[in-house]
Design a protein around this ligand. Structure first.
Ligand code: GLU
Length: 293
């Protein structure tokens, strides 16, 4: 089924935890230009769940950089930190369905577990697509009494997806439409590669995976255009869409703009910030040219 132009909705979804760099500018321009080409909507979402790293100053600077680039969203931005209740409701639904469980092990403990196992067994512990050791699932096997006791004792915990239970609910394999290679491909989703992913962090009612999936649905996004570093994560998002009964957007994972050293640009290193380039005299047209548009 092809959508009529007015129904297409694109979004740029940066985290305001650093200055807008050339990689973001590219992604934002692509979303904006495609929306304009098809007479669709261009939306902005501020992925600011990490309250310690996302500041009002960085958000203001991001908004002014986007305005300077001439990328005006068609609606006020959705700020994730204002919608924690939506994520809590989704976690509650998954909890009621028996698909998430409280996990007490910290990332450091998971790493330690993997290293110990590797030393003992002499072979590598499995890693997720981001290279982090797969969670060993020890907390999944706690009895309800043990769980209750730990929570009563005040032990902090995250909510993790019970991947095996989630996959058992599916009627068949999942896939999504991907246009990043210039053709329209149906890509098989492989959420199992991630193991029992965190859906709500210890300090927050959500994680990136849950918030991004829910918000794309709540904002009526039909086209997700984002960097190819997020392609593996789409498998988790596709699974959450199936579990929560959400619509499935089309995906376009674009190539990344790399730094001179060939590495991904990083906000924390202040790489090629749009602001600095503007202050050095470059125009928005120069910026577009620099990213190949
Ligand atoms: N907030 C994410 C980032 O800045 C992007 C999320 C997405 O586009 O799905 O890397």
């Amino acid at each position: 089924m092809s959508l009529s132009p007015a129904q297409r909705v694109f979004r740029f979804a940066p985290s305001p935890n650093g200055r807008l760099h050339l990689g973001h500018a590219y992604s934002a321009c692509l979303n904006h230009d495609r929306a304009r080409e098809v007479g669709g909507q261009f939306l902005l979402r501020l992925e600011d769940i990490d309250l310690a790293r996302c500041t009002p100053e960085l958000e203001a600077s991001l908004l002014s950089d986007l305005a300077w680039l001439g990328l005006t969203p068609d609606a006020p931005p959705r700020r994730q930190s204002e919608h924690f209740a939506d994520y809590e409701a989704a976690i509650a639904a998954l909890r009621d369905a028996g698909l998430v469980y409280p996990a007490f092990m910290t990332r450091g403990e998971v790493k330690g577990f993997a290293t110990l196992h590797e030393k003992r067994e002499g072979r590598p512990w499995p890693r997720d697509p981001d290279g982090a050791p797969i969670y060993p699932g020890l907390d999944r096997d706690l009895t309800p009494d043990e769980r209750r006791a730990r929570i009563r004792d005040g032990a902090p915990f995250a909510w993790r997806l019970d991947m095996a239970a989630a996959l058992a609910r599916l009627e068949g394999p999942l896939s999504f439409t991907e246009t990043g290679n210039g053709s329209e491909d149906e890509v098989l989703a492989e959420p199992a590669l991630w193991g029992d992913v965190v859906l709500a962090r210890k300090d927050l009612p959500t994680s990136y995976h849950l918030a991004v999936t829910l918000d794309d649905a709540l904002q009526g996004v039909t086209d997700v255009v984002r960097g190819c570093d997020l392609l593996p994560s789409t498998s988790v998002h596709r699974l959450l869409q199936a579990l929560l009964g959400l619509p499935v957007p089309r995906y376009h994972h674009h190539e990344l703009i790399l730094g001179e050293d060939g590495r991904k640009l990083s906000k924390s290193e202040g790489a090629a910030s749009v602001r600095a380039l503007g202050e050095a005299g470059l125009t928005p047209v120069d910026i577009r040219r620099m990213v190949g548009l």
